[in-house]
Design a protein around this ligand. Structure first.
Ligand code: GLU
Ligand code: ZN
Length: 462
């Protein structure tokens, strides 16, 4: 029996949720569900400059839409509340006091200009820039003097020298970092707010998270976070860093690739099961190639098959899963998705011709009696068939009614045309398209009168 995993999604509400983050959220969610554990949503909003309440609301709504239900989180509540970091200031204050009492941290009065100058000097000396430890040795008098000048300090973690921080990354395997390569880092900003390194790590520990999954870009942050946890005697969660999500061109997935945020894909009309099926396979090789119902995904999720190579997001693949999803929807679900009455025969007719809702619009318009709009190619096909053909077609239709089989038999006998020569111009005149839903039911839905008018409009020389 595997131990129940406690996982989390910890987004910063500084923009729309990126699909790369949605993917790690999905994996975390599946891991918790697979093992009967818990999935936590935590809002990382200590950066007041960049966090926005509407992004928080948006991300909560988008995640709910995707069906990633969290067991603990803002609004939902839970044993580790509050779940927004902006409301956890008191908790952090207690931990800062402990670190101060233990001598793990010290105030740093360096200004942005001081730090920039120091970095420049180090680069010129051919060394990688990191905090030089300027304020580490300041005595009480020196600190008072700086305070008197009105300087507000940040709080830095005093990284111990000559140690190695080791951990086993769930995805990358054993890792070892020399502390001598790590500069003293900020745990509390000048404005008193907790930095990412600090609150991200302590909250995972305090909330009982056993397994963190996040993007590769955070791998080198991990040794710093482990030092904080160790200093506070807090339990280390497991860390796993998955490869980043890139577009077809290999560059990080962004708006340039069409869409990059969950909201954009939802608004374009992609279905949640389609997105889940594509994301499920990005940087993760499960044991199922076929379409999976979201409810079946936890069973097929294989944490040991998470990959460190960048994963390629491919909209063509997403479209494939979209079609697979549409094929499994009921008429009522299609109706709801396309915003039409699910009882309408048009649902069955268009479901094979729609990937996104706008694709349905021309068919719906057609069936509601709007005359078809022909493109250049369609106009050429109609012209090549000629007015005599359409006059014959209209006459045949008047005799047989909207029964395609009988109508085309009659028309074939009278014009000598067969196959595509017969059907293509008919389809073009009736629908304005060279392809689309099956013609026989379509003709019935259009009705004899409307169909006759459409055929007759091609029966006269322009
Ligand atoms: N708030 C961080 C981010 O959005 C969380 C990183 C993590 O998952 O640990 O990048
Ligand atoms: Zn300093």
């Amino acid at each position: 029996m595997t131990t129940p995993a406690v996982t989390r999604f910890a987004p910063s509400p500084t923009g729309s949720v990126h699909l790369g983050n949605v993917r790690t959220a999905l994996f975390s969610y599946l891991w918790a569900r697979k093992t009967g554990g818990r999935f936590i949503l935590r809002i990382e909003d200590t950066d007041v400059e960049r966090s926005r309440p509407h992004y928080r609301d948006e991300l909560v709504a988008e995640l709910a839409w995707l069906g990633l239900e969290w067991d603990e989180g803002p609004d939902t509540g839970g044993p580790s509340a509050p779940y927004s970091q902006s409301e956890r200031g008191e908790i952090y204050a207690g931990l800062f006091a402990r670190l101060e009492a233990q001598g793990n941290v010290y105030p740093c009065y360096c200004t942005a200009e001081d730090l920039e100058l120091s970095r420049k000097l180090q680069r010129m000396a051919g060394r990688p820039p990191r905090y030089a430890g300027t304020c580490r040795g300041l005595d009480a008098a020196a600190r008072r003097e700086r305070e008197a000048r009105g300087l507000r300090p940040t709080l830095r973690f005093a990284v111990p020298a000559d140690r190695v921080v080791e951990f086993t990354d769930t995805v990358h395997g054993p890792q070892a970092y020399q502390t001598n390569d790590i500069g003293d880092f900020i745990v509390r900003r000048e404005d008193g707010s907790a930095s990412f390194f600090f609150c991200n790590a302590v909250d995972d520990a305090l909330m009982g998270v056993t397994q963190v999954l996040r993007g590769d870009d955070h791998l080198t942050n991990t040794p710093r976070q482990l030092m904080v946890l160790d200093a506070l005697g807090l339990a280390r969660p497991g860390y796993g860093h998955v490869g980043l999500l890139v577009g077809a061109d290999g560059a990080p997935l962004s708006k340039r690739h069409g869409s990059a945020s969950l909201q954009e894909f939802r608004q374009r009309g992609f279905l949640c099961a389609a997105l889940q099926n594509h994301l499920f396979r990005l940087g993760h090789s499960g044991d199922a190639d076929e379409w999976l119902a979201p409810a079946d995904m936890p069973r097929h999720f294989r944490p040991e098959h998470l990959g460190k190579a960048p994963a390629r997001f491919d909209e063509a693949q997403l479209v494939h899963w979209q079609k697979e999803t549409i094929a499994r929807l009921s008429a009522a679900e299609i109706g709801a998705w396309l915003n039409i009455d699910g009882g309408e025969p048009v649902v069955e007719l268009v479901r094979h011709n729609v990937v996104l809702p706008p694709d349905a619009a021309p068919w719906i318009a057609l069936l509601r009696g709007e005359p078809p709009v022909l493109g250049d190619e369609e106009r050429r096909i109609a012209a090549a068939a000629g007015p005599a053909f359409f006059a014959a077609a209209a006459a045949a239709l008047a005799e047989t009614g909207a029964d395609l089989k009988r109508m085309t038999r009659l028309l074939g006998e009278r014009t000598g045309r067969r196959g595509a020569d017969l059907y293509l111009p008919l389809r073009v005149a009736l629908t304005g398209h060279t392809h689309g839903p099956e013609l026989a039911p379509l003709l019935k839905l259009i009705g004899t009168e409307a169909a006759r008018r459409r055929l007759e409009s091609h029966a006269e020389n322009p």
